[in-house]
Design a protein around this ligand. Structure first.
Ligand SMILES: [Zn+2]
Length: 429
């Protein structure tokens, strides 16, 4: 399942995107209260927006706009809505997304071609290790996608290592869909319970929510730790509710592929101007073919590098590097700018650190300060020194370390309404 357009020339890809853009704009101009208002206020004639370059005449949409005018973004009457989902709300209030029958079909197609990009076929049996309830779009997308691909899927859900291993033993799935750090927990459980995890039916994992690669595409600490113990293929994927689209790696493992028939992607600087290839930019998307909540130039808050060179898999589409971080989570520390994932990578690499939460707050002089809660069997000054030395060497930062128990970390990481573990707490003013 490799869509023909994805191997075509950049010229042909652009032409298709511009045709689909005009269709999406026509639909939006008829049905979106929010964009009707914006077009009117700024005297933008949607019919004059024909090319990807013209798109720059439309102002960007922020998360705040979605939160503030949520209802005005919905383009269909209530009786057309089949499924209701919300954004994860890790930053601010969650936003409601309405999905029509056509949107669900689009979501299924998106996930089917994304699975196929990661080597999936009708022979694959996926073990779904995420939630499908809690108004979560991705869980539903995996089910619809596997069904469209003709693959099997087992809905186990998040956590529960014992049930995960029991499922692997009884049903012989071939691929896991999971947060990659959970694979380490499964390995740990297997080792403690004498499960021969290296000789199972599992051949690969579709990794969601956390990066497994460095910017040069080599595996990061988390990716390496998994591979060292358990030699399965790892595929990174990047997606969000607002995009209703996934960017997934192929076997080459050199960035997550863009599906041009589903979404337009721009990489913008703080002034909403496109950055060059090789520069970090904010992923900004325009959905194509969406009915419920279509978006124009939505700034996702995720900072990424992008690559345009043709991939060895034959696809000629843009690839996204691992997410460097979320714009709002940027930490300014004594002249250095950094993002939480860089800190996680350091912590994942320190043997004595069993688990952690990173907290950022504003100190008396108004600058960012980093406090790291660490669970460790050895609560000694030496361990504190080891941790701070790693930070000084790698990112020129000296965080404060506070020892807490594993149970306390668990409580901090799993607030009631959260669908994924929280590793970053932002207490800045
Ligand atoms: Zn590829």
């Amino acid at each position: 399942m490799l869509p023909e357009i994805e191997t075509k020339s950049s010229f042909e890809i652009k032409a298709l995107q511009e045709k689909l853009l005009q269709e999406q704009l026509f639909f939006i101009s008829k049905h979106s209260k929010y964009y009707q208002k914006i077009f009117q206020q700024l005297r933008i004639d949607f019919e004059k927006i024909k090319t990807l370059e013209d798109l720059q005449k439309i102002p960007v949409t922020f998360k705040d706009d979605l939160q503030q005018y949520n209802d005005d973004f919905v383009c269909v009457p209530k009786n057309k809505i089949i499924d209701y989902v919300t954004t994860s709300g890790t930053l601010g209030d969650p936003v409601t997304f309405a999905m029509t029958e056509k949107d669900l079909e689009r979501l299924a197609y998106n996930e089917a071609i994304s699975f196929a990009c990661a080597g999936g076929s009708e022979n694959e049996v996926y073990q779904l290790m995420t939630t499908i309830d809690r108004r979560f779009m991705a869980g539903l997308a995996y089910i619809l996608g596997a069904r469209k691909l003709g693959a099997g899927i087992i809905r186990v859900g998040a956590g529960m290592p014992e049930l995960q291993w029991d499922t692997i033993k009884k049903m012989s799935p071939t691929a896991l869909i999971t947060v990659p750090s959970f694979i380490l927990k499964m390995i740990d459980f297997a080792e403690k319970n004498n499960i021969d995890y290296r000789n199972t039916s599992i051949k690969k994992a579709i990794c969601i929510g956390e990066p497994i690669r460095n910017f040069d595409f080599s595996l990061n600490t988390l990716g390496e730790k998994i591979k060292e113990k358990w030699d399965i293929e790892l595929f990174s994927t990047y997606a969000s509710t607002e995009m209703a689209t996934a960017f997934t790696e192929c076997r080459a493992g050199r960035g997550a592929h863009h599906h041009p028939e589903l979404i337009i992607v721009e990489f913008l600087d703080d002034n909403d101007k496109p950055v060059k290839e090789g520069e970090a930019g904010e992923v900004t998307i325009t959905t194509l073919g969406v009915e419920g909540v279509p978006l124009l130039r939505f700034k996702t808050g995720d900072i990424c590098f992008h690559y345009t060179e043709k991939c060895e898999c034959g696809r000629n589409t843009i690839r996204l590097g691992p997410v460097i971080g979320r714009k709002k989570q940027m930490i300014k520390y004594k002249g250095t700018t950094l993002y939480p994932p860089a800190l996680y990578d350091i912590l994942n690499n320190i043997e004595q650190v069993e688990n952690y939460v990173v907290e950022v707050f504003t100190n008396e002089i108004g600058t960012d300060e980093i406090l790291i809660y660490v669970a460790s069997k050895e609560k000694t000054d030496l361990v504190i020194k080891i941790i701070t030395d790693h930070f000084r060497a790698k990112v020129r930062v000296t965080p404060t370390i506070k020892f807490v128990s594993l149970a306390e970390i668990n409580v901090m990481q799993n607030p009631e309404m959260s669908r994924k573990p929280v590793k970053f707490i932002d207490k800045r003013e």
